[in-house]
Ligand binder design. Structure first.
Ligand SMILES: NC(=O)C1=CN([C@@H]2O[C@H](COP(=O)(O)OP(=O)(O)OC[C@H]3O[C@@H](n4cnc5c(N)ncnc54)[C@H](OP(=O)(O)O)[C@@H]3O)[C@@H](O)[C@H]2O)C=CC1
Ligand SMILES: O=C(CO)COP(=O)(O)O
Length: 324
């Protein structure tokens, strides 16, 4: 049976873009936003404050009632990673058993070290956790520019159904059962995008950017391997694909955040998930004895333990070793 009624929780940039995508794919869409003023703006002006100039498709209904959103056939969770637990906790009070909950945030929870689908599973045993991730700037997707992403669920049939439900002419989801691999790629690439932004903002040149992205990918692979990710997921859309995108474009908020640091400026207040993920990633890497020097350098700069120049010098003076 086709998944026809889709709820999107979060009227930010990515939630709005995914609501547009689902509507273009022919689904009935309910867009939930918790902030009263923003919900009013969404329903009156038919556009998100986070994506000015993009008019909501007619098939999108805006609501502030979480109970109404909970009645849909599948629910996309598009709030920041650190807010996911509180939203899922409220949602499960009225949700139908067996509903797919698709995490669309890219991060790891502070304190618990939990990935997004682990949080869902902890909050309820009656939902079907899934994850959507890949190279996809909200502004591009909302305008209908083409891209491809990965949707993973433990049951391949569920992942395939979700991919079909969100497939429109321009948005092409591939399906997978490697949930952990998909969520690792999205979380780690944000930290590496900050590093790449720093390189750019400091004016270190295109060669340094390429070298840093490549060695960053080696860190992602090491971390992924240790946590059970499949190699083809790490080299796929949600891993390497998203890493290439966000390490190479100022359109990325994480990249821009790093670029501001590299120029010695204060970053804008826009959401940069990598700044939240970096310290958690470092804790996990240390716990598991995984060498992640670039991620550690980002965490040290964010914690004011190193200046940008000290972090760069430390990376360049590491002992010479074999490439792996
Ligand atoms: N933007 C992009 O291109 C992409 C983003 N993502 C990921 O999607 C996630 C969301 O990002 P994005 O939409 O861009 O972020 P935005 O900052 O644009 O929007 C965040 C949304 O979450 C809401 N929100 C914040 N805190 C809470 C809370 N405690 N409870 C409920 N809702 C809350 C905000 O509400 P309010 O209106 O009150 O601020 C807003 O609607 C991130 O993890 C990001 O990495 C993934 C792919 C692409
Ligand atoms: O994840 C994204 C694109 O795939 C969006 O990246 P930023 O959050 O850095 O803007």
């Amino acid at each position: 049976m086709t998944i026809q009624r889709i709820a999107v929780l979060g009227g930010g940039a990515w939630g709005t873009a995914l609501a547009q995508t689902a509507a273009r794919a022919g689904r009935d869409v309910t867009l939930w936003e918790f902030d009263a003023g923003h919900a009013e703006h969404l329903s009156q002006q038919r556009e998100s404050r986070f994506l000015p100039g993009v008019k909501l498709e007619a098939a999108i209904k805006v609501t502030r009632a979480l109970g109404e959103a909970a009645q849909n056939d599948a629910i996309l969770l598009v709030v920041p990673a650190q807010a996911l637990r509180s939203v899922v906790t409220q949602l499960t009070q009225t949700m139908k058993p067996g509903t797919p909950l698709i995490a669309c945030a890219k991060g790891i929870e502070h304190g618990t070290h939990k990935f997004m689908t682990e949080i869902i599973a902890e909050c309820t045993d009656s939902a079907v956790p899934a994850i959507l991730s890949g190279p996809s700037f909200a502004a591009d997707v909302a305008r209908g520019l083409p891209t491809a992403v990965t949707i993973a669920a433990a049951d391949s049939l569920v992942a395939e159904k979700l991919a079909h439900a969100l497939n429109s002419g321009s948005f092409r989801p591939y399906h997978s059962t490697d949930i952990r691999g998909v969520e690792i790629g999205g979380a780690v690439k944000n930290v590496l995008a900050i590093a790449s932004g720093i390189v750019n903002g400091r004016g270190l040149g295109a060669s340094a950017s390429a070298a840093l992205t490549t060695r960053g990918f080696a860190e992602m692979v090491r971390f992924g391997r240790a946590l059970g990710a499949r190699p083809e997921t790490l080299t796929g859309l949600s891993g390497l694909g998203d890493l290439i995108l966000t390490c190479s474009s100022p359109q990325s908020r994480n990249f821009s955040y790093g670029a501001a640091l590299g120029r010695g400026e204060v970053p804008s207040g826009k959401l940069a998930e990598g700044a939240f993920t970096a310290p958690v990633l470092l804790e996990m890497a240390r716990d598991k004895n995984i060498d992640m020097p670039i991620s550690a350098a980002v965490a040290a700069v964010l914690a004011n333990e190193h200046s940008v120049d000290e972090a760069i010098a430390a990376l360049l003076s590491r002992p010479i070793k074999a490439e792996e």
